[in-house]
Design a protein around this ligand. Structure first.
Ligand SMILES: [Zn+2]
Length: 357
């Protein structure tokens, strides 16, 4: 009798164990999403500096790696070249190993031709989603004229590409993801250059920053679906804090601690929006803004600690207060905003009016 009870007991344990194993395997394959990512280089521990430049209503982010290699992500509006070159001189930088142009709108490639003509640029990484503006043609001409071997060094961005800046600093491309977003797929407020922005991340030991260009929620969703490596310490907020970017789910998944918004003090586009600022605040993300604080500098030695300093001070409540769009004045500004104010204008080729920001 006793022996038979033992046999029955053993059988139950075996069945239970089998259930646990099968259940575990099922859960593993159902919920585990491998996060693709390159093997990160060993950090040198020397200082990396990132300068989010105060260049008005546009983006320009200068990265100086420990070994002296450099990258610039975007070149803001036309006429910004001087400011960017001056910032490079202040940082003791005389060349760019990599220029990332997130997309072909004039608040991102505006000063790119001036930068390419004013310093040595080795590689340009671009979405290759074209634009019909003279500014875009000037950008292409500058590459053709000044970048060595442009067939090889004017690169179409694709997820999985990496750029080693030395000293343990690595830039990885996360988007645009193929097939690119087409016009008919875009949500209200969207446009193809923004939706197909080049999104990169920079990793340096424990430090990381996500650089999103003007990508909005639709692009954030696609990256989440594809299991892109989004978690980072710092976010360069998408589309200057537009209400269409920085979705709640994106902020929840990526767990940013700090966020930098690059926008102009006199912008008429309602950037940053109260909606995006509210979502950042609710997610516990500390916000920095170039329109209120001037140039924002991030320094790190690859540890958990990094320092963010600003050119000017701003009160905490001011930083979470959005700007109001001035719809009536948008047409007079010389820049046409079609992201927030209706359909795209019919831009004639070489038109002076640049485009959405
Ligand atoms: Zn923009």
């Amino acid at each position: 009798m006793a022996q038979s009870r033992n046999v029955r007991g053993c059988g139950c344990v075996a069945v239970l164990l089998a259930l646990v194993v099968v259940g575990g395997l099922w859960a593993y394959f159902k919920f585990y999403k491998p996060v693709p990512g390159p093997k990160l280089p060993t950090p040198s521990g020397e200082e990396l500096s990132i300068h989010v430049l105060d260049v008005g209503q546009g983006d320009a982010i200068l990265i100086v790696a420990p070994g002296g290699k450099t990258a610039l992500v975007d070149a803001s509006v036309p006429g910004s070249g001087k400011k960017i070159l001056a910032a490079m001189a202040r940082a003791g930088v005389d060349h760019l190993d990599l220029l990332v142009t997130t997309h072909a709108h004039a608040d991102h490639i505006g000063g790119a031709d001036e930068v390419i003509k004013g310093t040595k640029v080795y590689k340009v990484l671009d979405s290759k989603v074209p634009n019909t503006t003279k500014n875009y043609e000037d950008f292409l001409d500058a590459i053709e004229g000044r970048v060595e071997n442009p067939q090889e060094n004017f690169i179409t961005a694709a997820p999985g590409q990496t750029f080693d800046l030395g000293g343990g600093v690595l830039i990885s491309v996360l988007a645009p993801i193929q097939p690119l977003f087409t016009k008919d797929q875009l949500r209200s407020g969207g446009n193809e250059p923004n939706a197909n922005s080049v999104v990169t991340r920079l990793d340096y030991g424990e430090f990381s920053i996500l650089l999103t260009g003007d990508a909005e929620a639709q692009t954030e969703e696609r990256m989440m679906e594809q299991g892109a490596r989004l978690a980072a310490k710092v976010l360069k907020v998408g589309h200057h804090g537009s209400k269409y970017a920085s979705s709640e789910e994106f902020l929840r998944q990526a767990k940013f601690k700090d966020a930098v918004i690059s926008c102009g003090a006199d912008n008429r586009y309602g950037h940053p929006s109260q909606e995006a600022l509210d979502r950042l605040k609710a997610a516990g993300v500390k916000v920095y803004r170039t329109d209120l604080q001037g140039e924002i500098t991030i320094k790190t030695r690859a540890t958990e600690d990094y320092q963010i300093t600003t050119e000017r001070q701003a009160a905490a409540d001011e930083l979470y207060a959005g700007r109001k769009a001035q719809k009536d004045d948008s047409a007079k500004s010389g820049f046409i905003q079609y992201g927030d104010f209706g359909p795209a204008p019919k831009a004639s080729p070489k038109s002076k009016a640049t485009n959405s920001r």
